[in-house]
Write a protein that binds this ligand. Structure first.
Ligand SMILES: [Zn+2]
Length: 243
């Protein structure tokens, strides 16, 4: 049994909207993010993109590594997370919604979640030029469980194609919007040409996990330093795995 590899999940990296705002937990302040990255660095961990992390997940490489993923493609990731990642020589994967670049998280509007700017085409170019990775989070942040198979395939293929066109490089990482997918979607993800897909299932990733349904470790506003370290270094999250 190999040690689990934590794949951290972030969303916003900026100060939270006012108290009482919906899903405020998804906002991690730049200071908290910087402190977490500093801890990783001090403890000898290297933060990696999903592409760089996969050989470790599969057990082909060993080392003190964590995956760093940021969902949705918020501009705050470029503004506040990027400089910190670079400071420590870390890399990270940002999953963007290809059809909504430069817009806001409109898919959250119904739940009253604060609308926040997403990176533009130019921004994702900058993200990649600085050594980071872009993955797909579909074209429209669709709940795949509500779509026909054809529409799921379209979301998988078109987002990949459009992002590859913009970035002029392969896009091989995928993340299920809202963490929602059906077992059959894993095959479609692979057929579309993705090498891995991440979920909202909790736990550290192990060699026997399917790469099309990798568990992750959520980091939220209330995650304090000790808890962060427990999540990374111990079985804390593995105990929260379903099934
Ligand atoms: Zn999302």
């Amino acid at each position: 049994m190999t040690m689990g590899i934590p794949i951290l999940t972030y969303h916003h990296t900026q100060a939270a909207p006012p108290r009482g705002s919906a899903m405020r937990s998804l906002w991690v302040t730049p200071d908290a993010f910087a402190s977490q990255m500093r801890w990783l660095h001090r403890l000898g961990y290297q933060g990696l993109t999903m592409s760089a992390l996969l050989p470790y997940v599969r057990g082909e490489k060993t080392g003190r590594v964590v995956g760093i993923t940021l969902d949705d493609g918020y501009l705050s990731n470029l503004q506040h997370a990027l400089p910190v990642l670079k400071r420590y020589g870390f890399s990270a994967t940002c999953y963007v919604v290809s059809g909504m670049l430069g817009q806001t998280n409109a898919w959250d509007a119904k739940q009253g979640i604060t609308q926040t700017p997403l990176m533009t085409e130019k921004d994702i170019h900058t993200w990649v030029r600085e050594g980071m990775e872009i993955g797909s989070h579909t074209c429209t942040h669709a709940d795949l469980t509500q779509l026909s198979t054809t529409d799921v395939q379209q979301e998988l293929l078109k987002s990949k194609h459009d992002l590859e066109n913009i970035l002029q490089r392969d896009v091989t990482q995928f993340c299920y919007p809202f963490g929602r997918f059906l077992p059959a979607h894993e095959g479609l993800v692979r057929e579309a040409g993705y090498l891995a897909a991440t979920t909202t299932h909790r736990g550290r990733a192990h060699a026997n996990d399917r790469t099309t349904a990798l568990p992750r470790v959520p980091v939220v506003r209330s995650t304090h330093s000790i808890q962060f370290l427990l999540k990374v270094m111990t079985g804390y999250e593995d105990g929260k795995r379903a099934g």
